[in-house]
Design a binder for this molecule. Structure first.
Ligand code: ADE
Length: 275
């Protein structure tokens, strides 16, 4: 998009977003990903369905409209825990979202988690948080929590959308992308400010957190912020790599060629069921 068009379509955030009618009426759902490829066709689908208002705030664009029948604010966090925490905080405070859903890719950590599988988080841990011996490893100091639960109802709705997606499109996905028949896992997702790309690193995570299914760089930060503000959240991840030496190449290919197909298919079913 040209700079001139940007200037026309983007609006600065009103001082009081709630009073300005950004979220007049029903409170929207916040939908986030780190990178554009991980959002799939969501912003385009919003545009096809009706008016999209794009608000620039904190060096991010927030797209406000209705997608698949559900009022949403859609945005990109960029990569890492700080970026994710800052973005979800803005969704909560400036856009008054009633809940947050994050979609994207992850490295597989669980022994039976394969490339092309989907992981829906039941709980999340910051695997690189270690203030020991002052506090137990992984525990957020002074909050007293290491594992943050996803909202059970929201995670169940997201998992149901994933189950439908795989039941209807799993065979075609496996054929098209030359993966095994995809499966949906539910459990622990771990997050840290590191791209995990060696057998030694992924084995160390397995040893420290044996029930971890997938590793990524944002989810547990979002879960912590949502916990602190009492906002329900759920996180879904498609497995782009197995966090080993092949991870950089596998991640890059998966991100460009496959991630959007998964996010679009999962979010359409999830949002239609809510809308
Ligand atoms: N996201 C996708 N693959 C990842 C990996 N191997 N490590 C961290 N985050 C990821």
């Amino acid at each position: 998009m040209s700079e001139a068009k940007d200037a026309v379509t983007k609006q600065p955030l009103a001082r009081d977003a709630r009073a300005s009618g950004v979220t007049a009426g029903v409170r929207p759902l916040g939908v986030m990903a780190a990178l554009p490829e991980e959002l799939g066709d969501l912003v385009a689908a919003m545009g096809a369905e009706g008016e999209v208002r794009t608000v620039a705030h904190g060096q991010r664009d927030y797209h406000i409209g209705t997608v698949h029948g559900t009022p949403c604010v859609v945005t990109l966090a960029r990569i890492g825990k700080v970026a994710a925490a800052a973005t979800v905080s803005a969704l909560i405070h400036a856009f008054d979202v009633e809940a947050v859903v994050f979609t994207g890719v992850a490295g597989g950590v669980g022994r039976d988690v394969r490339i092309g599988d989907i992981v829906v988080a039941h709980s999340l841990v910051q695997h690189d948080l270690d203030a020991s011996p002052l506090f137990p490893r992984f525990e957020v100091p002074l909050l007293g929590i290491a594992r943050f639960d996803a909202d059970a109802a929201l995670a169940a709705q997201l998992a149901a959308a994933c189950d439908d997606f795989i039941a209807q499109e799993g065979g075609a996905l496996a054929e098209r992308f030359r993966t095994a028949q995809p499966r949906v896992h539910r459990g622990l997702v771990i997050s840290g400010d590191q791209f995990i790309a060696s057998a030694a690193a992924v084995n160390a995570l397995r040893a420290a957190l044996p029930d971890a299914l997938a590793v990524e760089m944002e989810g547990a930060a979002i879960a912590q912020v949502c916990y602190e503000y009492g906002v329900p959240c759920a996180i879904v991840r498609t497995v782009s790599d197995t966090a080993d030496v092949h991870a950089p190449a596998s991640f890059s290919t998966f991100l460009v060629e496959i991630a959007g197909t998964y996010s679009s298919g999962i979010l359409r079913r999830f949002l239609q069921a809510r809308g």
